[in-house]
Design a protein around this ligand. Structure first.
Ligand code: ARG
Ligand code: ZN
Length: 849
């Protein structure tokens, strides 16, 4: 596809489809290069819609035959589908097409992965399977017959007839085509069952390749926990007789919520202590929950059009974060989510790819499965819940589920249920959905005659297409601490609605220390000038775990910024405060690990840029290294004792308690390796019986530019395991010194186990390169050039993953002239590639604008 054929789609142009679809019958005769798909679809004119031309989407299909009411017709084929003359009343459409799953390297539609057939239809993949009105507001029941020699033949819904070489499936719940799925292969299952709250029995299966059956137990346990949680917290019950999960090695995203047949990237479901880290376990649990929760928020209630994507994604991310908070530690989950939000969403919101949570236009919808739609979309729901309170939140959700069950809904529908339940007017609040950019909230305070006043100002910088911003409703959770560290005002929610607003607290004996934006009550950048003494005081005394951590971050950030801009040594106030936290055994080890975690170098570059500096990646790297070294030295005496305390007795259990201790182990070991030449890390690498400890040891060594033997040993141990090999590829690039990162990545692309066809492997190498901030942005331009070389190669195979990886360049304008022109040259080179995909064209064009 060339640039000129790319067409922009606008939210304002939405029109309903002219027909309803009453029933879909599909028959698949599977073959690697010649799969035949027959469809029989009953269309009924929609009386509410003015007559329109009959158009069905279809891409890369070979039409064999088409008929209306049994009579063969010659439809008019276009590059994007077909049109046909149809009767005025209801009619039955039949067609047969041929497709080639084996050569489908885009991994969209029906494709093959290691000899197994599978599908990915969201957002617009179904049109690569057959001719159909491939839009989320067209919903129908599906009956599917799969014919093939594979032992396992799966589709959505409940089981129908089955015999040698075929299986039939019926899904009684009307659904849009993006939720269709089919899987066929030589798979084995990990079976279980679940009784719903109303007493219905549900068969559960996780289907995997032979050899992976010992990695399913954790995922199954997470699934059952999710089913129970959704019943208890949201009153939502599962609605089919069977729920299948399938693990697939080649997958563009994390997982997909197809009705009754969730398909997962194998990295997001397979788990064992020997091969998976605590982070992997937690992520798998969250993604299993996420996809399961979509059964109600996404499937039973879907989106009217793709502009409403946050309706299902923001809400489902919000729900899975509640689930993780309930099962594990709420403060740790909140802090981790905010680190992720700042690292990915603030980054997006502050650059050329910024877009509203509900975008108003797109060229390729796959480019809008973003941190803004997902994570900021979830933050917006969190704010809504804070503003209306828990009770009204769940009342509104109940109304949403009863009123919109079976609907393809909009953000307006969603906000309406809240307005009805609470009597609030949410017009202003709605700006969170329509306005892009991260608000900056500045605060000043005053104390006089027992009265403490906080004055807030909000301002959102311009974003593409939105030069001016209106003020937003910002929930600001505030608590006050007295001079001895006692809380004199527990958490109160201030509701800011204007550009500038003051709030007062009366009757205070002395000037308090304010803890502002507790629990990160809104996704904003808080600008609060205060002394390091005050920050250290909050780190020691704040009762809000998020702000306690945030105080440490503020100290660390200020110190690093000073080092980068003035060459100052690491701040002693910071070092002292952090040493105290690290040694404080009364604090949760997971929390201490988070306080010890370095601030991302990209995040620091963003802060410097926002403060008017041109960030120098090498200087940021050097300052971060110096800071880490100083911290290790300050703590040197305690490190052996702290290290010993992180030992977890007994067999590996991937729960929050064990994971917290091991997270702290990783931090301590990293520091210890700076002090002891790697002796402890080598010992841990040898004796570790789980991947968390083993990888922590390998990382600690690689981080000190050593560990070659261990890396080789790790390779020999795990070269047969795809998912562990991804970790091996990634670690070497992620931890390489800036001047070596591109060379290490390039050398790995020549490794026999490297292939751009597997998105996980491609991301292992290049995701790691782009996250090695000083390495990717090295002044030689080698990082930029290498990534561009491979993006150009990958685009011909897999546009979706290519376009996503282009986001590495989205911050290029922050840097100095040399880097800017080097990056620009690579982006221009990508854009000038012949037959560049629509996906990548849109991304690169937006980045360059
Ligand atoms: N709905 C899926 C999820 O969030 C994501 C699928 C996105 N896939 C895509 N090709 N855009 O769970
Ligand atoms: Zn989702």
């Amino acid at each position: 596809m060339s640039q000129t054929s790319a067409e922009t789609i606008y939210l304002k142009d939405y029109t309903p489809f002219g027909w309803t679809v009453e029933e879909v019958h599909l028959t698949f005769a599977l073959h690697p290069t010649k799969t035949r798909v027959k469809s029989r679809i009953r269309f009924v004119p929609n009386p509410d819609v003015p007559p329109q031309e009959f158009f069905l989407h279809g891409e890369n299909l070979t039409l064999i035959s088409a008929a209306i009411d049994g009579a063969t017709i010659p439809p008019k084929i276009t590059p994007k589908g077909l049109t046909a003359d149809v009767p005025v009343g209801p009619f039955v459409w039949e067609s047969e097409v041929e497709i080639s799953p084996e050569t489908n390297t885009a991994l969209e539609g029906l494709y093959m992965s290691n000899g197994m057939y599978c599908t990915q239809c969201e957002a617009e993949g179904f049109r690569k399977i057959t001719y159909y009105p491939d839009r989320p507001d067209v919903m129908s029941t599906f009956t599917v017959r799969v014919e093939g020699s594979e032992p396992v033949l799966l589709s959505n819904g409940n089981k129908g007839d089955a015999g040698t070489g075929f299986a039939e499936w019926h899904d009684p719940w009307p659904k849009p085509a993006y939720l269709f799925a089919l899987v066929a292969g030589d798979l084995v299952n990990h079976p279980d069952n679940f009784k719903t709250q109303s007493g219905r029995d549900v068969e559960l299966n996780i289907w995997v390749r032979k050899g992976d059956e010992d990695k399913c137990a954790f995922g199954m346990q997470a699934l059952k926990a999710s089913m129970t949680w959704d019943e208890e917290v949201y009153g939502r019950e599962y609605d089919l007789d069977i729920f299948n999960i399938v693990a697939v090695d080649d997958f563009n995203m994390g997982a997909m919520e197809n009705k009754g047949l969730n398909i997962f990237n194998s990295s997001c479901v397979l788990a064992s202590p020997e091969t998976s880290t605590d982070d992997n376990f937690e992520r798998i649990e969250a993604i299993i929950a996420h996809e399961y929760f979509h059964n109600w928020t996404g499937n039973r209630i879907t989106c009217r059009d793709w502009f409403q994507l946050c309706l299902k994604e923001g809400l489902t991310v919000y729900r899975d974060s509640q689930f993780t908070s309930d099962l594990r530690s709420a403060p740790v989950k909140r802090i981790s989510d905010v680190i992720d939000l700042r690292g990915r969403q603030f980054r997006e919101d502050g650059g050329p790819l910024a877009h509203p949570v509900r975008p108003e236009s797109f060229v390729e919808i796959n480019n809008f499965y973003t941190a803004t739609v997902y994570e900021k979309g979830a933050e917006v729901i969190g704010m809504l819940k804070r503003l209306v309170g828990d009770e009204d939140y769940y009342k509104a959700l109940d109304l949403y589920f009863t009123r919109h069950d079976g609907d393809a809904a909009t953000i307006e529908d969603w906000l309406n249920v809240f307005e009805e339940v609470t009597g609030r007017n949410l017009k202003r609040f709605k700006r969170w959905y329509s306005s892009a950019g991260t608000p900056r909230l500045t605060v000043t305070d005053k104390f006089k005659d027992g009265r403490y006043t906080l004055t807030f100002k909000q301002e959102t910088p311009p974003t593409p297409g939105q030069p001016q911003k209106k003020p937003r409703v910002i929930p600001i959770a505030v608590g006050l601490l007295g001079p001895n560290g006692d809380e004199v005002q527990p958490t109160t929610l201030l509701e800011m609605t204007k550009r500038q607003q003051s709030f007062s607290f009366e009757g205070l004996a002395s000037k308090p220390v304010a803890s502002i934006l507790r629990d990160f009550s809104a996704p904003v950048v808080l600008e609060h000038e205060r002394s390091n003494a005050e920050r250290a005081f909050l780190l020691a005394h704040d009762t809000d775990p998020f702000n306690k951590w945030e105080a440490g971050q503020a100290l660390r950030r200020a110190s690093l910024i000073a080092s980068v801009t003035t060459g100052a040594a690491p701040d002693t106030a910071f070092l002292d405060a952090v040493v105290r936290v690290a040694r404080d055994d009364s604090l949760d080890p997971a929390f201490r690990a988070l306080v010890l975690q370095p601030i991302g170098q990209d995040d620091l570059a963003a802060t410097l840029h926002a403060q008017g500096h041109t960030p120098d990646p090498q200087a940021i790297y050097d300052a971060s290294e110096t800071m880490a070294q100083s911290l290790a030295q300050e703590l040197a005496d305690s490190l052996p004792r702290l290290y010993a305390d992180t030992t977890v007795d007994g067999p590996f259990v991937p729960d929050a308690t064990g994971a917290g201790k091991r997270a702290l182990n990783g931090r301590i070991l990293y520091m210890l390796t700076r002090m002891d030449g790697g002796a402890q890390a080598r010992a841990q690498f040898k004796t570790a019986d789980n991947m968390t400890l083993k990888l922590a040891a390998l990382n600690a060594l690689l981080g000190q530019d050593t560990g070659t033997d261990e890396a080789e040993n790790f390779f020999q141990l795990w070269k047969g395991d795809r998912l562990v090999m991804d970790k091996w590829f990634a670690a070497q690039v992620a931890l390489a010194k800036p001047e070596k990162a591109a060379d290490v990545a390039e050398a790995l692309t020549a490794h026999p186990l490297f292939t751009p066809k597997n998105p996980n492997r491609f991301r292992a190498v290049f995701g790691a390169l782009t996250m090695n901030h000083a390495g990717f942005h090295h002044s030689s331009g080698r990082g930029y050039a290498l990534l561009a070389d491979w993006l150009i190669k990958l685009d011909a195979l897999n546009p979706q993953t290519t376009a996503r990886m282009c986001t590495a360049f989205q911050t290029f304008a922050r840097y100095d002239d040399t880097r800017r022109s080097l990056a620009k040259a690579q982006l221009t080179r990508i854009l000038s590639t012949n037959d560049l995909s629509r996906d990548t064209t849109e991304m690169v064009t937006r980045i360059l604008e």
